[in-house]
Design a protein around this ligand. Sequence first.
Ligand SMILES: [Fe+2]
Ligand SMILES: [Fe+2]
Length: 182
Amino acid sequence: MTNSQDEEFLQLAKDMLNDENFKLLKKDRHHGNTNKYDHCRRVSYLSYKLAKFFNFDYKHIVRPALLHDFFYGERTEKPENSYLEHPKTSVLNAKYYYNIDEEEESIIRTHMFHHVVARKICPLINLKENASIKESMPKSREAWIVCAADMLVAFGEFGKYIVNYNVCLFLLFVINLLTVNR
Ligand SMILES: [Fe+2]
Ligand SMILES: [Fe+2]
């Protein structure tokens, strides 16, 4: 990261990135060959860039994006770490360690909306879990950004990009148009 925007991101993220409780995420393998700390940093950075591009609240998106997967251990280790339970676990941890506000909580809680939709379309995905579309749907433009950024970064980490950056920008542009006057 070299340009001024990236330095701004590091300024916004540095307290969290250097926090000992957050650094424990480096121990947890995530999406194949990466770890949860690096995954959360990538999601936060992409969320920040997209929010800045769309003139959303980019300063307020960095922290909840970093905390969206703030749970300890891998997904299969504990029931509360599962695909659809870990957003709640991340909220509890984020509240305990960092005193998040309601908007940050909502962003973290709804970041797995893409998985809930995939689960509804194809019931064979993640047979043991279920979640309501309504409850899981992002409630703000920033929450949509984090959800989309998480999905894109996860695809990249799995080495399976099926949606490119420009398609994502287009989708987010449409979401912006739909939500800007609400
Ligand atoms: Fe997640
Ligand atoms: Fe994630």
